[in-house]
Design a protein around this ligand. Structure first.
Ligand code: BV8
Ligand code: ZN
Length: 253
């Protein structure tokens, strides 16, 4: 539904954001489920904290997988199937345009596991919570990435026969150390930090926003709602990223 967009209540903020991004030597971006909402991917919070009828903390954790691997696999297979029909939206494409423009001065840190940033053309993407299309063995080091393929209900490792699991970071699990390190480094070195579509409730990712601000970066938030990040932001773009981000890029000239 692309009604003719009235930017009036965001006009000044959009100009300020365009100015800050244009002046940035190093831009770091943190995205959450909200940037994929306009691609039809349900957000965690939007459904009242439910994903396909489950409280995500109850299915996205090692204990749930140990207790009921079938339930967890059904939850993830549903989302893997959805990956086949979703496409990047204009918000993803605006971030790809920013990377094309800024080159190595651009770092994209995403909490999303839908792979849409890579499909939109971004190359330097730090997937701090893993990737839904990738599975790994729960025992040996076997890993495979077969996007769009729905796995049998309880997939077994071809190398050792143990259960395969989604290669995503569950609650209570560590983020991949080298990816997390790169995310922290990009955050503390950037002079502009753009946070898009995250409720800023899941740590340690949400902590990057404060780290950017304390490192002296200008913080821009794009979100349809108020979040804990809003008070940390120098500029707030209160609207859908699929419309706000392309407008920032347009105003950069
Ligand atoms: C760790 C992969 C520990 C799985 C995910 C108590 C206090 C503080 C922290 C904790 C605590 N208890 C436990 C913790 C730690 C825990 C945590 O933070 N819990 C939260 C719930 C309190 N964190 C962890 O467990 C992390 N690991 O801490 O390890 C440790 C330490 C040492 C040694 C060993 C262990 C691991 C966290 C990663 C969990 N995995 N995902 C999967 O996806 O299935 S997190 C998952 O939820 C998503 O990946 C995503 O990151 C998160 C949802 O957050 P958002 O992306 O922000 O999405 P959300 O729906 O919430 O918000 C959407 C936003 O978009 C909204 O603001 C909305 O307004 C906006 N929006 C909507 N539409 C649009 C829009 N904006 C713009 N445009 C639109 N169109
Ligand atoms: Zn194995």
């Amino acid at each position: 539904m692309h009604a003719s967009l009235d930017f009036s209540e965001n006009d000044a903020a959009l100009d300020q954001a365009a100015e800050l991004v244009r002046a940035a030597k190093r831009l770091a971006v943190l995205t959450g489920a909200g940037i994929s909402a306009e691609s039809g991917v349900p957000t965690f919070r939007g459904a009242g904290g439910l994903w396909e009828g489950h409280r995500v903390e109850e299915v996205a954790c090692p204990e749930a997988f140990a207790r009921d691997p079938l339930l967890v696999w059904r939850f993830y297979n549903l989302r893997r199937k959805a990956l086949r029909t979703i496409e990047p939206n204009d918000g993803h494409r605006a971030l790809a345009a920013l990377e094309a423009r800024l080159g190595s001065g651009f770092t994209l840190i995403t909490q999303n596991i839908d792979g849409l940033h890579a499909r939109a053309g971004n190359r330097n993407v730090l997937e701090v919570h893993g990737r839904l299309s990738r599975v790994k063995c729960s025992r040996c080091r076997y890993v495979e990435d077969r996007p769009g393929v729905e796995l049998p209900e309880l997939p077994e490792c071809p190398a050792c026969g143990a259960l395969l699991r989604p290669d995503v970071v569950w609650f209570g699990e560590l983020l991949p150390p080298s990816i997390w390190q790169a995310a922290v480094e990009a955050t503390t070195r950037c002079d502009c930090f753009l946070v898009v579509g995250t409720s800023a409730q899941v740590y340690p990712a949400a902590g990057l926003i404060q780290q950017a601000q304390q490192a002296g970066a200008a913080v821009i938030e794009c979100n349809t709602e108020e979040t804990p990040a809003s008070v940390l932001a120098d500029v707030v773009l209160r609207g859908p990223s699929g419309r706000m981000l392309p407008e920032v890029v347009r105003r950069m000239g």
